[in-house]
Design a protein around this ligand. Structure first.
Ligand SMILES: Cc1cc2nc3c(=O)[nH]c(=O)nc-3n(C[C@H](O)[C@H](O)[C@H](O)COP(=O)(O)O)c2cc1C
Length: 206
C-alpha cells in the first residue's frame, strides 16, 4: 500500500475553490493511505537567526548540535520525515500575491534540507526524492496562461521548481485560473481543472 501525503493551505474552508478540487482528487485515491498536513493549523517554522545557524552547522558543516540547538530543528525535521515517508505528495493552496502563501513557502523551506531531500555533490545539485510523485493544485483569481499577466505566475511554477529540485520523478500541476472572473469563464476553467485532476488520479491510482 502506498502513502499519499496531502499538504493543504485552504483558509476559506468549505467555500474554497482549491479545497473542492483537492477533495475531488482525494475521492479518486485508491489503495493508498492518505495522511494530511493542514498548514493553517500546523504552521511551519520560519528560518530566523538561531534555527538557520543550527541548520547550517548541522547539515552544511557536519557538526553535532547540543540538545538546545538540535531542538530548534525538530519541527522542520518532522515535516521532512513526513515527506520522505510518502510515495505521493499532493499540495493545494490558492495564489496569494502572484505566488504561494507564506505558510506554503515556509513548508518548502522546512523540507528542502541539504542532505535530507537534496544534496550538493562535486559542484552540482542532486535531488534525493527519486521514485516519488508530486502534484500541486492551485487556484487563482486572475488568468496567467495567456495574456499580459503570463510572466506574473510564480505560484505553480515555483512549486514545480521546488519539487523538481528535490528530484521527484513526476511533477504535475493544475492551475484553476480566473476564479474571480465572470461565471462562464470560472465554470469552464473549474471544469477543466477537475478533468485534469481526474486524469492524474487515474494515472497514479488506476
Ligand atoms: C490575500 C489574497 C491574495 C490574493 N492574491 C492573488 C493574486 O496575486 N493573483 C490572483 O490571481 N488571485 C489572487 N487572489 C485570489 C485567489 O487566489 C483566488 O480567489 C482563489 O481562487 C482563492 O482560492 P480559495 O477559493 O481556495 O480560497 C488572492 C486572494 C487573497 C485572499
Amino acid at each position: 500500500m502506498t502513502k499519499t501525503l496531502v499538504v493543504k493551505y485552504v483558509p476559506r474552508g468549505e467555500r474554497s475553490n482549491t479545497r473542492k478540487i483537492l477533495e475531488e482528487f482525494k475521492s479518486r485515491v485508491k489503495n493508498s493511505t492518505i495522511e494530511e498536513l493542514d498548514l493553517t493549523k500546523d504552521v511551519p517554522d520560519l528560518f530566523l537567526s538561531d534555527n538557520l545557524m543550527a541548520y547550517i552547522s548541522r547539515d552544511y558543516l557536519g557538526q553535532s548540535l547540543p540538545p538546545e540547538q538540535k531542538s530548534l530543528l525538530t519541527k522542520m525535521d518532522k515535516m521532512t520525515e513526513q515527506v520522505k515517508s510518502a510515495d505521493m505528495v499532493v499540495l493545494a493552496y490558492p495564489m496569494f500575491n502572484f505566488s504561494m502563501p507564506a505558510a506554503v513557502k515556509a513548508w518548502f523551506d522546512s523540507i528542502m534540507l541539504k542532505g535530507h531531500t537534496w544534496d550538493a555533490k562535486d559542484g552540482s545539485y542532486a535531488g534525493l526524492m527519486q521514485g516519488k510523485k508530486a502534484l500541486t493544485i492551485v487556484s487563482s483569481g486572475g488568468a496567467y496562461s495567456t495574456g499580459p499577466m503570463k510572466a506574473w505566475e510564480h505560484a505553480l511554477s515555483l512549486s514545480n521548481a521546488e519539487f523538481q529540485f528535490m528530484g521527484f520523478s513526476e511533477v504535475k500541476g493544475v492551475l484553476a485560473e480566473a476564479m474571480n472572473r465572470d461565471e462562464d469563464t470560472k465554470a469552464s476553467n473549474f471544469a477543466k481543472a477537475i478533468k485534469d485532476i481526474h486524469a492524474i488520479a487515474h494515472d497514479w491510482y488506476g
